[in-house]
Write a protein that binds this ligand. Structure first.
Ligand SMILES: NC(=O)c1ccc[n+]([C@@H]2O[C@H](COP(=O)([O-])OP(=O)(O)OC[C@H]3O[C@@H](n4cnc5c(N)ncnc54)[C@H](O)[C@@H]3O)[C@@H](O)[C@H]2O)c1
Length: 697
């Protein structure tokens, strides 16, 4: 039993006791019913209180039970709620901390609800590709009205109890309790013990929405804001059903939708993303109880684009930062940009003035290494040059206190080599932030062969503190993200060389769900970066086949939005891409020089080549042990590269396509004389999994 039962002063108290969030696993569900039965049978009990032990009331389903038989073992949540509603003695939910998903549905089955201020209230099922499955879509509109319920259910966002209790006419909470929740709930239960009939959400009708077309509008808005996603639309259907069906019929409707969605590809993908995020923080050979180093004070070297953004990540988390530069002008410029970023947030009402000031007060600057010596962690973000970085790391080795973590934000350099310039290579690690560093959620943690386990454990913890999704990568060219992305871009180039247009490739990728197609991404990030890398890399490896279309547009100075022209033209001050005749002519010339005859290419082929190129590279990455698990590759793509979350990432996409089909498709691509046949040789791991009927995930 994951509950406890106790009678105090004629009130039975059932405590949900299933850490960390009192998830409604089988033991908790059975415990509630058991407690209710005891209370019914005990003549000395007048009323029942259900409360959560620890920091929260209930976070919903027990995610550890997902997919196991006990998830379906009786009593299911619906019958627990039926038992609560049917209780002859009043049941009071005493709610604090968090009441989410099934936890909120359970509370809605109680006769009364008292709540602590600051409680987060949500039905987040939509984020897992589902609708709430135990009456949430039917009962929430009855207590909060259609508009508020619709907003909460379709976004999954949590709202604070203090705010909800102010909703006009709300019937969700009977009382806001400041002070000791349990004693107040017991006192409340005694006050209401004799009142009959017992109030019940089931008996409430749904008030007609203020605007008749609320559902039509919601559907249209969600089609834009949550494009491609099925679950939000189904949430609207369910809430609408609550306005026209009685509660039992509404619950049957909701159940049918729930059952359909739980077997859907989108739900599978979104749940994969949810669990993938949790899995990514675990490193197989670094035990969970590895002692952590203290990180209370951070230094950042270099106040450029990345250094400034990285500093902001720590300031936002309340960690003091010292920013070191070579010249005062560079400091002034860097700090000026940080200020400007914060001030923009303040003027948009996203950051309170006092919070902004508190963050800036945590920031100090210096030109002198002596001033950073006592920092617990230092992150280097200077120019991408091994010589410059080596000089910096030698200096850090000289001055930093023993045990300080020395991190580099390099995007391409060998972290092993950087570590080796110091006398303490075990303290060195790569922390590859993505630009803008204060916004992007992805952080690749680059583990060198020298990095100590406690350094790994500590930086994973630090990543959590600064709200990043950290994914561990071994040392290799491009790490996980850029190494796979390079293949994707290479395919985009081959595709236009063979006859697709730039717009067609981008549109096909965007229709598939990418936030932006590869050419628009290039124009945004700057085409010169890849150009410089290709010049360096392909000089070293002349045998590598690639299309020269990217070089051709860079030779025309078309570096992207920053110069007003790239794969597209841009009008001054605008970001709208306009197809370019100059680009098309350059592509036509590359094609003619190579003797390729343009052919019509289908959107299906475009998407398959773009995505499967990442899958094949991903399989090599896994096989080489650069990544710990396939879902880590998916997390990189979902959190850092705009891969559609509802497809779960490239590796899950391949799994869902079926690996034998993936292998077969790659074999076909190998036959294309204008592509890189050697690249399309399916990775041995992929071939093996396909042959064994297995999947990546
Ligand atoms: N820009 C990106 O999108 C991006 C993304 C991920 C990683 N990175 C990596 O981050 C690092 C920094 O890139 P950036 O875009 O911020 O460059 P940047 O040119 O904007 O900033 C570099 C800063 O470092 C300072 N600097 C140079 N040498 C120094 C030294 N010896 N001591 C102190 N300060 C020094 C410079 O004055 C400059 O302000 C590079 O390694 C880059 O590869 C960049």
């Amino acid at each position: 039993m994951s509950t406890s039962y106790q009678v105090t002063d004629g009130v039975a108290v059932i405590s949900l006791d299933n850490p960390p969030v009192n998830g409604l696993g089988h033991g908790t569900r059975a415990g509630v019913v058991d407690g209710l039965n005891k209370a019914q049978a005990d003549a000395g009990v007048q009323a029942v209180v259900i409360i959560g032990s620890g920091k929260v009331f209930c976070g919903g389903a027990d995610i550890r039970e997902f997919g196991s038989p006990s998830a379906f073992a009786a009593p299911d949540l619906q019958s627990v709620i039926d038992a609560l509603e049917g209780s002859s003695k009043p049941v009071v939910a005493a709610i604090h901390g968090v009441v989410m998903g099934g936890g909120l549905e359970l509370a809605l089955g109680c006769h009364y609800r008292v709540v602590s201020p600051g409680t987060q209230v949500a039905l987040p099922e939509v984020n897992l590709g589902l609708v709430p499955g135990a009456g949430g879509t039917q009962r929430l509109p009855r207590v909060l009205g259609v508009e508020t319920a619709l907003q909460m259910i379709t976004t999954g966002m949590s709202v604070l109890s203090d705010k909800l209790i102010k909703t006009p006419g709300q019937k969700l909470f009977d009382r806001l309790v400041d002070g000791d929740l349990l004693s107040s709930a017991i006192a409340f239960a005694k006050d209401v013990a004799a009142i009959r009939p017992l109030p019940c959400v089931r008996q409430l009708s749904v008030a007609a929405p203020a605007e008749a077309d609320v559902f039509t509008k919601a559907r249209a808005d969600l089609a834009k804001t949550r494009r491609h996603l099925e679950a939000p639309q189904h949430c609207v259907d369910c809430v609408e059903a609550a306005t026209r069906l009685d509660l039992d019929a509404g619950i049957r409707f909701e159940r049918e939708v729930f059952v359909k969605l739980i077997a859907s590809d989108q739900a599978r993908a979104l749940q994969h993303a949810f669990f993938g995020e949790r899995a990514a923080s675990k490193i197989p050979d670094v035990p969970a109880d590895t002692p952590l180093r203290k990180v209370d004070k951070v230094a950042v070297i270099g106040a450029g684009t990345m250094g400034g953004g990285i500093a902001m990540c720590f300031l936002n988390a309340g960690v003091p930062v010292v920013l070191l530069e070579m010249k005062q002008e560079a400091i002034d410029r860097g700090v000026g940009i940080i200020r400007k970023n914060y001030e923009a947030q303040v003027s948009k009402g996203k950051l309170a003035q006092d919070k902004y000031e508190a963050r800036m007060a945590l920031l100090s600057t210096t030109l002198d290494y002596a001033a950073i010596a006592q920092a617990d962690m230092v992150i280097e973000a200077v120019f991408e040059d091994l010589g410059v970085k080596s000089t910096v790391f030698k200096k850090l080795d000289e001055v930093m206190k023993p045990g300080a973590i020395l991190a580099s934000n390099t995007s391409t350099l060998d972290v092993d080599k950087i570590a080796e310039v110091t006398q303490r290579p075990g303290d060195v690690v790569g922390l590859h932030f993505f630009s803008p560093a204060n916004v992007m959620r992805l952080l690749e943690v680059v583990r060198s062969k020298h990095t100590a386990k406690d350094v790994m454990a500590t930086v994973m913890q630090v990543a959590k503190k600064i709200k990043k999704i950290a994914v561990v990568s071994g040392v290799c060219d491009g790490f996980i993200g850029n190494r796979m992305f390079e293949q994707y871009t290479r395919q985009a180039f081959f595709l236009v060389e063979e006859g697709a247009t730039v717009q067609q490739v981008d549109q096909a990728a965007e229709k598939f769900g990418f936030a932006m197609g590869p050419f628009r991404v290039g124009d945004l990030a700057g085409n010169d970066i890849g150009f410089a890398i290709r010049k360096r890399r392909y000089l070293e490896k002349p045998e590598v086949r690639y299309s020269k279309v990217g070089d051709a547009i860079c030779e025309l100075g078309r570096f992207g939005q920053k110069v007003g022209k790239g794969w597209y033209d841009y009008e001054v001050g605008k970001r709208e891409p306009v197809p370019s005749a100059e680009v098309q002519a350059a592509i036509d010339k590359v094609r003619a020089d190579k003797g390729v005859t343009a052919r019509a290419i289908s959107d299906e082929e475009i998407v398959a080549r773009l995505v499967l190129s990442m899958v094949n590279e991903g399989a090599h990455i896994l096989q080489e042990g650069i990544a710990n698990r396939a879902s880590d590759l998916d997390m990189v793509y979902l959190s850092g590269y705009g891969f559609p979350v509802w497809r779960g990432g490239p590796m899950l996409y391949a799994d869902m396509l079926g690996l034998p089909k993936v292998v077969e498709t790659m074999q076909q691509f190998k036959q294309n004389p204008h592509d890189d046949a050697a690249f399309w040789e399916p990775a041995p791991l992929l071939v093996k999994l396909a042959a064994e009927g297995k999947t990546f995930n």
